[in-house]
Design a protein around this ligand. Structure first.
Ligand SMILES: C[S@@+](CC[C@H](N)C(=O)[O-])C[C@H]1O[C@@H](n2cnc3c(N)ncnc32)[C@H](O)[C@@H]1O
Length: 467
């Protein structure tokens, strides 16, 4: 998924790239110009440039590391250049960010980090900025990251701003993450969480039940009973992944789907609904679970192109699963009391997956949360109406933000005290996982997974039933 279509400029750049630094630079420009998603674009660019091994690893670390710590490098660049970053040419600024990451975040020798990075300005037809870029990078290279960070922290007293500077997160996000941890009485884990957001995640695979076994995929995951750690290299090259018998899927996403399918024994003939299914990762696991137990899954998605991805994901598992295109907010009124189990994996800010979406923390703003919370509340009310009395509903987000998680559930339970009742997701997960999860105490038996504690995305899982 990329936002706007690529501009002619970035297509042109893509055709001519070759070295790791050029690939990283092209991805940064596409992120800035075209709202591209680096984790989707970089693999294509690496293949096109025929980079592999150490070169591909260098380009990947340069791209993701620069994007992840962009706000930090912008502050260093502004200090070193003696001007606001808004006053710097956007092409020169991306070159400076790449140089800053090599100098402060990687162990690249300074002469290569400066010389070969400055060279990018010439290729990008920004030669007029070469002298400026060269001078700023030389200034940055005179001190290490700890010294620059100490300079940025000088005189800053607000704790969330300080943590944001130290761990390259915007302050509003630090505040939201702190309050999410505080719900569990675990605010002291904030720095561990911020550090975990900055570490690349290990790739995990799901062995779809009935189609493959986790033992055949790699080392078993700690928690998910259907998960395995992918060996080094391209996970798509594994034969089970190539045939659709296994998929790349975060362990937290696996647990969210299993919390619904294994909440209680399945009665053959049960009707299941995945209300917001695109692109189909959890739907594939649910379809495998449903098929094994004799339940019937329907998948719904509002964006037609994403519904097509769901069809593709389900093809290897069960091509008979019905995939619909429709607004999930309408289903409660159209099909009241119809489903025994419903997954609402709600559209959200994705703030729980910052490890794998390097640019996301700088692209999202605090203002993104409120409109999503409105949509989440509407989808949850619709899902509750579509649930058969006594059925199970899983409300899941890939965000730990309190406004997208506990506040949405609180509002539903307050509005519908006679209809909705919480179920204990923590107790369900205790019966599902290979080893015990250290879960904090949250209201209504909700489970919150965390990158720093569990090595998963920060998935929120609330189970509900309809009285
Ligand atoms: C978090 S993603 C779901 C991820 C999916 N469960 C998976 O594991 O691959 C949320 C999805 O909800 C879809 N969506 C957004 N608004 C919707 C609506 N009103 N009705 C149905 N789907 C919606 C988005 O297009 C997106 O594909």
């Amino acid at each position: 998924m990329t936002g706007r279509p690529q501009s002619e400029g970035s297509r042109q750049r893509a055709r001519t790239t070759a070295t790791p630094r050029q690939v990283a630079f092209d991805v940064l420009r596409a992120v800035a110009d075209d709202d591209a998603y680096a984790n989707l674009l970089l693999p294509t660019r690496l293949r096109r440039a025929r980079l592999s091994g150490a070169d591909a690893a260098f380009a990947t670390e340069l791209t993701y590391g620069t994007l992840r710590r962009r706000g930090h490098y912008d502050a260093v660049i502004a200090l070193a250049a003696g001007r606001s970053i808004d006053a710097i040419d956007p092409i020169a600024l991306d070159v400076l960010r790449l140089g800053a990451h090599q100098l402060l975040g990687m162990s690249t020798p300074a002469h290569a980090a400066v010389g070969e990075t400055v060279e990018l300005t010439r290729r990008a037809r920004a030669a007029r900025t070469t002298g400026f870029v060269n001078a700023v990078l030389r200034t940055i290279s005179r001190d290490d990251d700890a010294t620059w960070t100490a300079r940025l922290l000088d005189g800053v007293t607000d704790p969330d701003t300080r943590a944001g500077i130290a761990y390259a997160h915007p302050p509003w996000l630090v505040t939201a993450l702190r309050s999410a941890l505080a719900r569990e009485g675990r605010a002291s884990e904030l720095e561990a969480l911020l550090a975990a957001d900055n570490a690349p995640p290990r790739v995990t695979l799901v062995a779809l039940p009935g189609l493959s076994e986790p033992e055949s995929l790699g080392d078993l995951t700690l928690y998910s009973p259907v998960g395995a750690r992918s060996a080094a290299g391209d996970p798509a090259a594994h034969p089970a992944v190539a045939t659709g018998a296994a998929r790349v899927q975060d362990e937290g996403s696996q647990l969210a789907a299993l919390a619904l399918s294994r909440a209680r024994p399945v009665v053959a003939g049960e009707r299941w609904l995945d209300l917001c299914a695109g692109p189909g990762g959890k739907a594939a696991l649910l379809a495998a679970e449903a098929r094994a137990a004799g339940a019937v899954l329907t998948a719904n998605e509002v964006v037609p192109a994403r519904a097509e991805l769901v069809r593709k994901a389900l093809h290897a598992v069960d091509p008979a699963v019905e995939v619909r295109v429709g607004d999930g907010r309408a289903i409660g009124a159209l099909e009241p009391g119809s489903y025994d189990r419903i997954l609402l994996d709600a559209p959200c800010t994705g703030l729980g997956a910052l490890r794998r979406r390097p640019e996301a923390r700088w692209r999202k703003t605090a203002a993104d949360v409120a409109p999503l919370a409105v949509l989440q509340g509407e989808l949850l009310r619709s899902a509750l109406a579509a649930l058969r009395p006594g059925g199970v509903l899983a409300y899941v987000t890939c965000s730990p933000h309190p406004d997208e998680t506990t506040a949405i559930v609180d509002a539903l339970l307050t509005e519908h005290p006679a209809d909705a009742a919480p179920l204990d997701a923590r107790a369900v997960l205790a019966g599902v996982t290979r080893s015990p999860l250290d879960l904090g105490e949250l209201a209504h038996g909700a489970a919150q997974l965390w990158p720093h504690r569990h090595g998963t995305d920060a998935m929120f899982i609330q189970l509900l039933t309809r009285r």
